[in-house]
Design a protein around this ligand. Structure first.
Ligand code: ADP
Ligand code: ZN
Ligand code: ZN
Length: 663
């Protein structure tokens, strides 16, 4: 047996791993700390085992023996290597790539690029520490018991919006830090839950390291170094914060557990939920998942008893109640002759709120000005030359592709038939902003979407302005629905709730339910009654009617019936394999070959496809998908390996790339 060993554990050192022979009877595992003779002098150094194999291709006499194992070496490095090994197996990515994900890149921060922390300039909260209510107390107690016992118990904190989940997190973290241990708080995207960060920052003063996805590699490295050296006790950040190298990790919290941002978009395409679970297991510490709208997977685990359920059933703040929610059937508005984007009811509520000096949030899940530009003569829409989608019209007169970023100025004549009759169809946040300003000329309006938040610090600026009452109305895409606590918001309008229902994905209803529930949760967080208006063309859809009642349990049952029927996750495992190639013919050949052989070899397994991806071509790359469903995780992993092998068989030059995803 031979072992790959790195002596200096950094991302860069991976390229300088050394091979050693494992003496018989030593029995080393991945992540073990070992002593090895190093360099010409043969001086002993300690290193970590990052790979094991049966044979080597170079002469045996050049290979030295491992001198010995460092016994009882509990170190975070070892845990992180074991975590990488889990990820490599689970997500079908090389060990090297996983280690690169887990270990920070060594970079220095340029002195002059260091910025003043924007958090420090944020409006001071009046947030004092609260005495917990009974439900909060019970939740803190349960986690505390596991923490004191040094047990890796998983918990799900299922609490409605505004029920005081964050307060629970803060209390447990305080206990952990007071006991000399360290805590990781995962949040979907730092800027999106700015207020949470602010609260942690205030409570833990200098003991917090914060990460966000816009940081440079140097800034991330610096944050990780603070954790490794024990200079901080709390790490707050998005999914990669789960790799914070704390030596005395005592707690992991994953807020808004259901959020899609927790899934890595690049290989290894890890599910933070699972990686965090393993990390907590290795560190023998509790893990607390929190959500107002748990993912079906998580709630199912709770019902099966694999994870302990903790409930918060009422709003925490005295006098704050859930808002009054109304569904508006947009077909009725049309029948009444109302062709505007606002129903009469929403318009009325907005007028009232403005006259009472309250704030309003309007949510529309589509950015840009108009959805697309279409020709009235030939009926064609103007499309991206590199992707199979229509270009979106923006207010600055540009047409943009939301998939690849391609842009061109609006043309005068139809590129298909030369007719002059090009007209914009549909509407996005930019046009909504124009409508709002037309209807309420005195109102101060802010817009938050991918277009207004491109610059570093732009989110913070908009949120700060809205929190500071510099605007009356905040318009935005889904980035405005999460986690924010604006006490003066009394009206929340979901301008076109149907948009997320139309996505071609088995989880579309689940996401719509989450989106509406979370958006509605923004209203009436203080003592004044809140109103939520859901505008839709499908008022009878269960995702809409049940989110209106904030009835998660009924939604869970209904949605699970449908998943059972179609054998979708979490009932069965779903393996999605996306094949990508610039060459359409090769892509078809390879996918047909793989699907056909797999069907022959595994006749009992449900294999669907190949089918074209919902957007078949993106950036001139064609995409086809094969789906595999099975209830055994192990079999899914085997089939994944088999598909890789089959693809290599017919495509030895690797013209087609495979991308795996297991749900
Ligand atoms: P969630 O994270 O569930 O949305 P938060 O923790 O943000 O809820 O709490 C919502 C609001 O209620 C916040 O303004 C918070 O300060 C307040 N709050 C939380 N716990 C209590 C409590 N026990 N008593 C009074 N107010 C509380
Ligand atoms: Zn035309
Ligand atoms: Zn494009």
């Amino acid at each position: 047996m031979f072992a790959e060993i790195i002596v200096d554990i950094t991302n860069e050192a991976l390229d300088r791993a050394f091979t050693y022979h494992v003496p018989d009877g030593l029995g080393v595992k991945l992540g073990d700390r070992v002593e090895v003779p190093f360099g010409i002098s043969g001086r002993t150094k300690t290193g970590y085992v990052i790979g094991l194999r049966e044979s080597v291709s170079f002469p045996m006499e050049k290979i030295k023996d491992i001198s010995g194992k460092v016994e009882n070496a509990i170190s975070v490095q070892g845990d992180l290597i074991r975590l990488a090994a889990f990820m490599s197996r689970e997500y079908g990515t090389t060990m090297n790539q996983c280690l690169r994900t887990v270990l920070p890149v060594k970079r220095t921060v340029r002195k002059n690029s260091r910025r003043i922390d924007p958090l420090l300039s944020y409006r001071q909260d009046t947030d004092e520490k609260h005495a917990l209510n009974d439900e909060q107390e019970a939740a803190v107690q349960a986690v505390s018991v596991a923490f004191q016992a040094g047990k890796s118990v998983p918990f799900l904190l299922f609490g409605i919006t505004g029920s005081g989940k964050t307060e629970v997190y803060l209390h447990i973290m305080e206990e952990v830090v007071a006991a000399g241990k360290q805590a990781i708080l995962l949040i979907p995207e730092i800027s999106l839950t700015y207020q949470t960060v602010r609260r942690v920052y205030t409570r833990f003063q200098g003991k917090v390291a914060i990460m966000n996805s816009r940081m440079t590699a140097g800034e991330r490295y610096e944050a990780f170094e603070k954790c490794r050296k024990g200079e901080v006790s709390v790490m707050v950040g998005p999914r990669s914060a789960v790799f914070a190298p704390f030596e005395r990790l005592g707690l992991i919290i994953m807020d808004e557990e259901h959020e899609r941002a927790y899934k890595s978009e690049t290989a290894p395409r890890y599910e933070t939920r699972d990686v965090a679970f393993i990390r907590a297991h290795l560190a023998k510490c509790p893990i607390l998942y929190g959500s107002a709208t748990p993912s079906l997977t998580m709630y199912q685990s709770a019902l099966k008893g694999r994870i302990k359920l903790l409930r918060l059933s009422k709003r925490a703040k005295e006098g704050a109640a859930l808002p009054e929610t109304e569904i508006i059937d947009l077909r009725d508005e049309l029948r009444k002759g109302n062709r505007s984007v606002f129903s009469d009811r929403l318009k009325q509520l907005m007028t009232e709120a403005l006259s009472e000096k309250r704030q309003i949030m309007l949510f529309l899940n589509r950015r840009g000005y108009s959805n697309f530009l279409s020709c009235r003569s030939c009926g064609e829409s103007v499309r991206c030359p590199h992707c199979d989608v229509s270009l979106t019209l923006h207010q600055d007169g540009m047409l943009r592709c939301h998939y690849c970023g391609y842009e061109e100025p609006v043309m005068k004549v139809c590129p298909h038939c030369g007719s002059k009759y090009l007209a914009p169809f549909g509407f996005g946040t930019e046009k909504l902003e124009r409508y709002v300003k037309g209807l309420f000329p005195d109102a101060r309006v802010l817009r938050m979407d991918a277009d207004t938040t491109r610059d570093k610090g732009a989110y913070e600026k908009i949120l700060r302005a809205f929190a500071g009452r510099e605007a009356d109305i905040l318009i935005g895409t889904q980035m405005i629905v999460k986690g924010h606590d604006f006490p003066d918001v009394t009206v929340v309008g979901l301008v076109l709730a149907d948009l997320s229902l139309q996505s071609p994905d088995f989880a579309a209803s689940e996401r719509t339910f989450q989106l509406i529930t979370q958006a509605a949760g923004r209203a009436g967080r203080d003592r004044i009654k809140g109103h939520v208006v859901i505008q839709t063309y499908q008022p009878e859809h269960y995702a809409i009617t049940l989110s209106m009642k904030q009835d998660y349990i009924s939604f869970y049952e209904k949605e699970m019936t449908y998943r059972r029927l179609l054998r979708y996750p979490p009932v069965e495992k779903l393996l999605t394999v996306q094949f990508q190639s610039m060459d359409e013919d090769t892509l078809s050949q390879v996918t047909e070959y793989v699907a056909e052989h797999l069907r022959g070899e595994a006749p009992d397994v449900s294999i669907i496809g190949p089918v074209q991806a919902s957007v078949y071509r993106v950036k001139d790359v064609y995409r086809k998908i094969i789906y595999v469903k099975h209830d055994s995780h192990d079999i899914i992993i085997q089939l994944r390996e088999r598909m890789s092998a089959l693809s290599r068989e017919i495509d030895p030059r690797g013209l087609v790339l495979l991308n795996f995803d297991i749900q």
